[in-house]
Design a protein around this ligand. Structure first.
Ligand SMILES: Nc1ncnc2c1ncn2[C@@H]1O[C@H](COP(=O)(O)OP(=O)(O)OP(=O)(O)O)[C@@H](O)[C@H]1O
Length: 795
């Protein structure tokens, strides 16, 4: 209070110390108890507060000056009036004595108060004197100060003049600066905004910076470890490069060997066919020689018997001749005897002479017969000798041919062995190449423009040597995005061109591998066309029918090498996350099957060998591709197909065809179990674009969910994550052995060239690129001696 009053100039009613003169005067008058009730009079008094009743103060004795238990209260005019009224009331209420006593008491107290006031007044006077002294001192000092102030004032006046000049200049400057300031304020406001934005940015940047710094720190650590790893990897890389170059050269050599073997095989096969022709002609020759020999033998035998009979005849003739000679000799001796005995008659002699002549003529004729017979005999003997010679010749020819046949048979066996060996080598090399790649292979196929599509080019194919036949460029919003796959089929690629590229895989199924080929892509991009083809001309047939034809053709060829095969087929579809058996008996149409098999729960199970079984699924034994074609037609009728805005005949489910092949080689006692899975996935499509509602919407949502589960699985595999979410959908769980197991897997990514589908095409190509980078297990051939469960499984 005091310090505040020091700064204030004294009011006219105050003295020079700032004390209210009037108030002091009034206080003096209060001390005489006669207090005029004029307005504005203030009474200062000390009192003690009794019973805490501040609103009804009671005077309980002289207030002490010591301060802490005393307070100062101001009695206003009203208070004093109230006090006097109270005094009057008391005066009227009580009798005089009491009242006078009370009054005396009051007076006593008032006296004490007055005494106290007087004391205060005394204090006040001493204080006033002190203040007077102080005032004098202050006045003196003030005079000094005034002098000083005057000097200073002069100085200040001159300074003020200068300052005025300066002020004018400054005012001008100020005006100018004011303008600048206004401008600056504007810019400041804008800057403030930008600063706020910058501050927000800075805050986010500093957060990011912190994160980045943390990342950086961990990155540095990582870099260090990576550097170490890099060094080790470099060493490893060099060794790998060496190994790789060795492998490359081995691969080259193997390829050359393979080519040579293929050539040799072709030559051997050709040789074999000529040898087979030769062998057949020799066999024919042999049979004819044998027939000739038999004939000659028969002739010989006939001639032998003729010679024997001739010899008998000759002997007989000789005997006759000898007998007749003896007769002639006897007759001649008789004639001589007769001649000696001339006594006999001439007639007898004549008769005897005629007899002798007759005998001689008979003898001559018989000699002639003998000669003839001898000639006949000589001729027959000559003929016999000739037939002997020819039979000997035939025999030697026969033996020659026999040895030739034996030689040919040996050569044939050698060639067949070579073919088997060559085939084994081919399989080994083919599988080595696939194993070296170690990932899911991806083929891309772009279908041609359909009649109702705009013929604008959003898809192009690079022509550089390294990307030829493997690259595809997609243009979106003027930006060209490039992708590379194992093979890219342009729109003009025929079904045959596509099949040629996968025929090796089909062969692998016969060799005992699990093979999985599936088609992925947006609705209407050509998946069903690629997998199944179009009904009608044979050149429109898709991969499934062509693969089956090849399987049965090769089965026929391998039969010659001792292989016997048994084949089983199953077909299912996954519709709205539910498995449906497409070959279930009495299944004639979609609705019938829905009614009959709605309650059936087909469960998927994988056994320890990585084979997949679907419970209650119909499995059909097949012996020809025709049987399978019939089953395919049956299944096609049962499939869930519908019309969408994107495709007239859209597959609303995933179609899974499985051919289980069990082969047994009798000569080597080898047994193989191959599986061929051919899958036509339902088309991915945007809900907005598909225009689906109701059931179609539900189908589309189910399709998109399972396809997104497929991409989750692929991403997890690509990142080599510990947990791969195969169980998130029926499709991925069914394909588990194909995606992450030991099967040979090939994915077709079908792309539409329609400019309105460029977004979907990009998604499909990006997904396919991820799949291509995905490493799966090494394909394993399933060979054994005896199968524990010969029933069909998925893979
Ligand atoms: N390479 C091709 N050559 C000629 N026509 C083709 C080719 N690919 C597809 N098509 C035609 O394009 C249309 C759509 O093909 P498709 O039905 O195979 O598509 P999708 O991908 O199976 O569709 P969704 O997923 O809806 O079943 C069909 O009319 C088909 O004949």
């Amino acid at each position: 209070m005091a310090s505040r009053n020091q700064n204030k100039p004294p009011s006219p009613s105050q003295n020079k110390y700032g004390v209210d003169e009037v108030s002091v005067d009034k206080r003096r008058r209060i001390g005489n108890t006669k207090m005029p009730l004029d307005t504005g009079i203030r009474v200062r008094r000390a009192f003690s507060v009794v019973n805490g009743a501040q609103d009804q103060p009671q005077i309980s004795g002289p207030p002490s000056n010591s301060g802490s238990d005393c307070g100062i209260i101001e009695f206003t005019k009203e208070d004093v009036e109230a006090l006097l009224n109270e005094k009057l009331k008391i005066k009227n209420k009580f009798n005089y004595k009491e009242k006078s006593e009370q009054m005396a008491e009051c007076i006593k107290r008032l006296k004490q108060c007055i005494k106290w006031f007087q004391q205060l007044e005394g204090n006040y006077v001493t204080e006033q004197e002190k203040l007077k002294n102080l005032l004098e001192l202050a006045e003196k000092r003030s005079n000094d100060m005034e002098l000083l102030m005057k000097e200073k004032e002069d100085e200040l006046n001159s300074i003020i003049l200068d300052l005025k000049k300066n002020l004018e200049a400054l005012q001008e400057k100020f005006a100018k600066e004011e303008r600048d300031k206004l401008e600056a304020l504007d810019s400041l406001a804008t800057e403030k905004d930008s600063r706020l934005a910058a501050e927000r940015l800075q805050a986010s940047i500093s957060e990011e910076l912190k994160r980045t710094q943390q990342d950086n720190a961990s990155g540095i650590q990582k870099i260090q470890t990576l550097n170490d790893m890099y060094k080790r990897l470099q060493e490893y890389n060099t060794s790998l490069q060496q190994y790789n170059s060795r492998l490359q050269s081995e691969l080259q050599a193997t390829n050359e060997t393979l080519k040579r073997v293929e050539k040799e095989k072709a030559a051997v096969v050709e040789n074999l066919s000529t040898l087979r022709g030769h062998y057949t002609s020799l066999q024919e020759q042999l049979t004819s020689s044998r027939a000739l020999q038999d004939e000659a033998m028969k002739q010989k035998e006939a001639l032998g018997s003729e010679v024997t009979s001739l010899r008998g005849d000759l002997q007989q003739v000789r005997d006759d001749r000898d007998r007749q000679l003896l007769q002639v000799q006897a007759l001649s001796a008789e004639v001589l005897k007769y001649k000696e005995c001339t006594g006999k008659s001439i007639a007898e002699l004549d008769s005897l002479t005629t007899k002798t002549n007759e005998l001689e003529s008979t003898c001559l004729s018989q000699s002639e017969t003998i000669r003839r017979l001898q000639e006949q005999l000589a001729f027959a003997e000559k003929k016999l000798k000739l037939s002997d010679i020819s039979s000997l010749e035939t025999r030697s020819q026969f033996e020659e041919q026999n040895s030739l046949i034996l030689e040919l048979q040996n050569r044939l066996a050698d060639s067949e062995l070579k073919i088997v060996e060559g085939e084994k080598l081919r399989k080994r090399l083919h599988n080595t190449i696939l194993e070296l790649k170690g990932n899911i292979r991806v083929f891309c196929r772009v279908r041609p423009h359909l009649s109702d599509e705009i013929d604008a080019k959003v898809v192009s194919f690079p022509t550089s040597t390294e990307a030829l036949g493997r690259g595809i460029d997609l243009t979106q919003n003027g930006q060209k995005l490039s992708f590379t796959f194992d093979k890219v089929f342009m729109p003009d690629a025929s079904q045959e061109d596509v099949f040629v590229e996968i025929s090796q895989l089909v062969q692998s199924a016969l060799d005992g591998y699990k093979v999985c080929i599936f088609a992925y892509g947006q609705t209407g991009s050509g998946k069903t066309y690629t997998m199944m083809g179009k009904p009608g001309p044979s050149d429109q047939k898709g991969l499934i029918p062509r693969s089956l034809e090849q399987v049965f053709e090769i089965r026929q060829i391998l039969q010659a090498q001792g292989w016997k095969y048994e084949m089983q087929v199953s077909m299912l579809e996954i519709y709205n996350e539910t498995i449906r058996d497409l070959l279930a008996p009495n299944r004639t149409g979609f609705d019938a099957s829905r009614a009959e098999h709605a309650g059936k729960q087909y469960t998927i199970k994988h056994d320890a060998n990585g084979n997949t079984h679907v419970s209650d699924l119909t499995i059909v034994d097949v012996r020809s591709s025709k049987e399978v074609s019939y089953l395919l037609e049956r299944a096609a009728q049962s499939r869930s197909v519908g019309k969408t805005q994107m495709n007239e005949q859209s597959s609303r489910s995933h179609f899974v065809f499985t051919l289980r092949i069990m082969g047994y080689n009798e000569s080597t006692e080898q047994q193989v179990q191959g599986v061929l899975n051919l899958i036509d996935l339902a088309g991915s499509e945007r809900l907005s674009k598909s225009g689906s509602t109701g059931d179609r919407l539900k189908e589309t949502q189910a399709i998109n969910k399972s396809l997104s589960s497929l991409s989750d699985v692929i991403f997890a595999l690509a990142k080599k994550e510990e947990h791969v979410p195969y169980r998130n959908s029926k499709l991925t769980y069914l394909l588990q052995p194909c995606l992450g197991g030991d099967s040979k897997t090939l994915m077709f990514v079908n792309v539409s060239p329609d400019p309105s589908s460029v977004g979907e095409s990009l998604c499909s190509l990006r997904f396919a690129a991820r799949v291509n980078a995905c490493e799966i297990g090494v394909p394993r051939r399933q060979t054994s001696l005896k199968s524990s469960d010969p029933r069909l499984s998925m893979g």
